[in-house]
Design a protein around this ligand. Sequence first.
Ligand code: ATP
Length: 369
Amino acid sequence: MTDLDKAEQPDAAGPRDDVLLRVEGLKVHFPIRSGLLLGRQVGAVRAVDGVDLEIPAGRTLGLVGESGCGKSTLGKAILKLVPVTEGRVEYDGTDVASLRGEPLRRMRRHLQMVFQDPMASLNPRQSVETILTEPLRAHGISYDKRTRVRELLDAVGLPASASAKYPHEFSGGQRQRIGIARAIALEPRLVIADEPVSALDVSIQAQVLNLLEELQERLGLTYLVIAHDLAVVRHVSDEVAVMYLGGVVEQASADDLYATPRHPYTKALMSAVPVPDPKVEENRRRIVLAGDLPSPANPPSGCRFHTRCPFRQPTRCDDERPQLRVVETGPGGAHKVACHWAEEIQAGTVTPHEVTAQDVADAEAEATV
Ligand SMILES: Nc1ncnc2c1ncn2[C@@H]1O[C@H](COP(=O)(O)OP(=O)(O)OP(=O)(O)O)[C@@H](O)[C@H]1O
């Protein structure tokens, strides 16, 4: 069975055997140092604070959340680009943390990243040909330069003449195509795309997203697509995970999550998305969250979202951190939510109340881990 055939199989609530990437209890805490020569650790930024994720082969998981919630750090931790404090990253059944030297280098071939800003991630002094062949040289892979460069450019919709040019000679969208060509040069299986279109004009975004989808189909790629923009994630994802302050608060198939968001934070995020139908748009009720994202150096106790949550119930939300749990399994697969009151909110027995900026400040003052 090919990866693509496997990807046709329906989701199940239990563990699946076609999982390419599995993340368990992942934590990335950056030490905060103080004192002379910054030698003493006085705290930690809990950028990622206990994340579980699974991506089946050939599928796309979209990861959304506001700036600073830990999305990029999670992506980097999967690629071992930042040190993991606790937890496990398993790629194709192998614990990534245990790999060193040659096995790590070999594994890296299969996991590649597409970055937000192609101008910053491409070396301005290298020609496109050098940019595209450097990963092959670094991994000691023999290739016919002209043929391989032409194949890669063709795969991302650029002409062979692009080969001799430099990044500044291209538009933003073309540069991101070069970044994508570089990412697929080593024939990876998993690609982590961190805000792949947020630096691009809206008119160009769809073209680049379509290219990512086309390459997925042709090459059987598995994607983790990180974005703050819900529309971008919806466009490309089979499943979507919503992150808030270092943790995943909701995960479901894209259709289920957009049709029936269940976590209060997801409800607020979704309420901000404009609806194309003018009648629906007119009646759309925006949930505006009071306060800002709390500092990951000093996260609230209990549910990380309780300080801003319109559905907060004393005192369980303040004291007990909810686990991400399956609340429903439908045709789209398992719908997981990290909220103590997910069922009651759905049934309408727990209802929203107004939260003011002062309420948030008071709750934050009371609630530190
Ligand atoms: N190397 C680092 N050292 C210390 N703190 C860091 C480091 N990298 C990230 N952080 C902090 O970790 C938190 C999460 O950052 P991260 O970049 O992962 O969030 P994000 O959701 O990707 O946001 P954005 O979209 O703005 O990049 C932030 O508070 C950030 O300041």
